[in-house]
Design a binder for this molecule. Structure first.
Ligand code: XMP
Length: 329
């Protein structure tokens, strides 16, 4: 719309004012809408002085990495560095089944990989014309995040939590937060205005640790592939039913350590159950289990058990939050 054009242009102008001709900017892309819109705005403001980093930890859903690598880049012309770190993450996750331990491992590896990418990008960075050594870190912080953290991080305290070894001592990091004054729905509209892929603009919230916390038990490549197939079917059918925007999130959870007996064709199978966890919510603090139409559930169940050989049982989670959380881990 007319006003959205103005908001986009206004934000681009603001970023130009902040960064000017000083230094390089880096933005981590998660596959979600916030980081994508933040990056697209900064790209429009300073072009190739922005480098985006996408850490492929191997825990994404089907198609998500391609959406960033191919579609987002095609839509924005962003300079993107993709780090294929699947092996590093899966090696680190081997033998880990405790939920909080998984989060710790994934968070730790993420910082390692991201900082290594930062070092590489900034090693040959052209710094500010006036000799200022400054690197800008772009973040998709929204207004509700700013309020929640009591004013937000701001440029002044970034150094404390952003001390990347191996960079020049006098290099200063400065935060760039183009979405600081905006709500999620405004960010989505901006994403549309900027011509970003619809899958990214309208993506439901997805946790940072990805499918790592949707496999109950140890995480490995084989289990991830099974879950990815089931999850893709569930999402496809939800979209087909036109329910994407009504449903807040739709986790599919693989009970990898549980086996259940089934019968398929002439044979008895001993496979795994998955749990469908569709919820409605306003802000993820509380949630209600979503009453998906029976015919949608039926199609999902039939397709998953027909198309994913290792899964022979589909269940639906009918617990609200509280007492249940949205995720199973
Ligand atoms: P729960 O499961 O606590 O989730 O009801 C509330 C919201 O937070 C998301 N979530 C996470 N997001 N890292 C994230 O970035 C995490 O470790 C994590 N755990 C849960 C969840 O998807 C829901 O939107």
């Amino acid at each position: 719309t007319w006003t959205m054009v103005n908001i986009v242009e206004e934000q681009i102008e603001k970023i130009r004012d902040q960064i000017g001709d000083r230094g390089q900017a880096i933005c981590g892309l998660s596959g979600g809408v916030d980081s994508a819109v933040a990056a697209a705005i900064v790209q429009r403001a300073i072009g190739d002085r922005l480098t985006c980093v996408y850490v492929d930890h191997g825990l994404m859903r089907q198609g998500e990495t391609e959406q960033v690598e191919r579609d987002f880049v095609a839509a924005t012309g962003v300079d993107l560095k993709v780090v294929d770190a699947e092996k590093q993450f899966l090696d680190a996750l081997a033998g880990v089944s405790d939920p909080e331990e998984k989060r710790k491992v994934i968070g730790r590896e993420f910082i390692r990989v991201f900082e290594a990418a930062e070092r590489e990008i900034l090693a040959d960075a052209v710094l500010g014309e006036d000799g200022d050594k400054v690197a800008f870190l772009v973040q998709g912080t929204l207004y509700p995040d700013v309020v929640e953290s009591g004013g937000g991080a701001g440029a002044s305290n970034i150094k404390s939590h952003h001390n990347v070894g191996g960079l020049p001592d006098d290099l200063q990091f400065e935060l760039v937060e183009p979405l600081r004054e905006l709500f999620k729905d405004e960010v989505r509209l901006m994403g549309e205005q900027l011509g970003l892929p619809a899958e990214i603009v309208w993506r439901q919230p997805f946790p940072g640790p990805g499918l790592g916390i949707r496999i109950i038990g140890e995480v490995n490549r084989e289990r991830l592939d099974i879950l990815r197939q089931a999850d893709a079917i569930a999402r496809e059918e939800l979209t087909k039913a036109g329910l994407d925007r009504e449903i807040w999130q739709f986790p599919v959870v693989l009970l990898a350590d549980v086996r259940s007996v089934g019968v398929q064709g002439d044979g008895r199978t001993y496979g795994h159950p998955v749990v469908l966890r569709p919820v409605t919510s306003e802000d993820a603090m509380t949630a209600d289990w979503a009453r998906l139409p029976y015919d949608v559930l039926e199609t999902i169940s039939t397709r998953i058990t027909n198309e994913v050989a290792e899964i022979n049982r589909v269940t639906v989670d009918i617990t609200s939050k509280p007492p249940g959380t949205i995720e199973w881990e």
